[in-house]
Unconditional design. Structure first.
Length: 285
């Protein structure tokens, strides 16, 4: 029977934990949790259950991104001669969870850093959504205040990618309504309790989903996945003329045609010819 190695090389081990079912913990992650000299955790009460499942009796040390600097400094000092495992409450550390400051400073100090890939609610929700996955942007949690939330959504409204948000039950309907207002009423999915007994994914437009949850806020961890914007309608001749007239007030004909071609996705040569016609008509007036 194979036995586990007696120890680990000093350094930082970023350990992805389950997002629901404890059985999702990988064998390698469980091994690291059994062998590490210390496990830095977001919440000792939450992580204690996972460590018991992994058969680990290693000491835990509370750590999050708002911990006092001396806690992070001490952990990095220990990495010179000890193995430190980093564990968040659920899923992969650093993905909307603590850890980036520790990784940043450990790297600056020359410490060995390795990651143990595993569950992530954002990626799992993408696979459940049925929405395009070739390009996506993880947005984390939206701001609480309406204006700040709208500003964030406006920044990404034109991005041709699927958007992934974390959300809470009490805020869900309001956030979905704001997404519809600022992004357009796109196809979306709401996934909750991923990999748990009551896993559920509801699909529809943003407005439909907002109405669905308006009087029945769901419980559990929630991920909202929003599809990319639809194709914009082709620019009309009137749109092209208006854009050319404006550009010609600032630029010579060639550059004006190039700018409008890029902006409206139209043929540059045809726009150049039209710009020359507009210039000639203007001269005759």
């Amino acid at each position: 029977m194979e036995t586990e190695p007696s120890g680990l090389e000093p350094g930082l081990y970023i350990v992805a934990g389950p997002i629901g079912n404890l059985a999702d913990l990988t064998p390698r992650a469980a091994q690291i949790l059994r062998l590490a000299d210390v496990v830095a955790v977001e919440d000792t009460r939450v992580s204690a259950r996972l460590l018991r499942h992994a058969g680990s009796d290693r000491p835990m040390l509370p750590y999050h991104d708002h911990s006092a600097d001396h806690v992070r400094i001490r952990l990095i000092e220990r990495m010179a001669s000890e193995s430190v495992a980093l564990l968040s409450d659920a899923g992969t550390p650093l993905i909307s969870d603590p850890g980036y400051k520790l990784v940043r400073d450990a790297r600056a100090a020359g410490r060995r850093i390795t990651t143990l890939p595993g569950p992530s609610a954002a990626i799992a929700a993408l696979t459940l959504s049925g929405l395009p996955t070739d390009r996506f942007l993880f947005m984390g949690f939206l701001p609480n205040k309406a204006k700040a939330r709208g500003d964030v959504l406006d920044e990404v409204a034109a991005l041709r990618a699927t958007l992934v948000f974390y959300e809470s039950g009490p805020r869900l309907s309001e956030s979905l309504s704001a997404m519809a207002a600022h992004l357009g009423d796109r196809d979306a999915a709401v996934s909750r309790e991923i990999s748990k007994a009551y896993e559920e994914t509801a699909t529809g437009t943003l407005s439909e989903l907002s109405a669905r949850y308006a009087d029945a806020p769901p419980k559990g961890e929630i991920v909202v996945t929003v599809g990319p914007p639809g194709e914009a309608p082709p620019a009309s001749a009137e749109d092209a003329d208006a854009a050319l007239r404006e550009a010609l007030t600032r630029l010579p004909v060639s550059k004006a045609a190039g700018e409008v071609a890029k902006k409206l996705s139209l043929d540059r040569r045809a726009l150049y010819d039209r710009a020359m016609e507009l210039k000639a008509a203007e001269s005759e007036e």
